[in-house]
Design a protein around this ligand. Sequence first.
Ligand SMILES: [Fe+2]
Length: 277
Amino acid sequence: MEYLEGVGNGKAYTGPSTPFIAMPTTAGTGGETSKNAVLSVIGENGYKKSFRHEILVPRHIILDPELTLSCPSSVTAACGMDAFTQLLESYLSKNASPMTDSLALGGIARAARALPVAVEQGDNLEARAAMLYASSTSGLTLANAGLGSVHGLASPIGAYFPMPHGEVCGSLLFEAARLNIEAMQSREPDNSGLFKYAEAGRIMANDHAMNDVAARQYLLNTLQSWTSRFSMPLLSAYGVTDADIPKLIANASPGGMAANPIVLSDEEISGLIHSRL
Ligand SMILES: [Fe+2]
């Protein structure tokens, strides 16, 4: 804990690591392709912080979809929603680059088709492989481009309430995308994020002739249908109430909020959380 950012005393580790080979058995965080680990203490004075160090990059990564075949449907759904959120948020991030965009869009294309199959037909090896690719790619894009408001809020929600990270992402993703799009349309109609949401929608629909308005609607419709189809719980199922909103906003991860494609007011963020209570 002494080494943990925002928690420890800034101690820097300079030694070697225990050599390790990463073999993910879920398709979600993409932790195997980043130098991040996440440590948390859950409760009233809890925290959930990234622990980053170059030596946390594995020596070897083995992506074997057979290792994910026995992952239960609910865990597949929550982890998959985390991976998809990471891809979409890093694609929309203010710190995105052409290189991370191309990786993110490749992951979005595969996950859009594979996620429902992996959730509903867990023995489909092709869908499992596509989700493993998408999650591993999301680790690369989040580490190099950053994330957005969903992950900004996922830190305090996961710190104060025993809600699994993937469920937090899956619960908030649709409403967060809708809020970003509406805020850009009303305040920043020239924001390139509007085009990017449309581009992501075209990739998800596999219809490159779709116009921007229809493509953004396709994206929102898909995210909304996944939220119910995959039974993503409300935040209130884990005890979040309206009274907790100010504390969640005050402790949102600054990195996630700053990379969001548009600056959201506290009132807008409050509305986002409230919509999932
Ligand atoms: Fe995540």
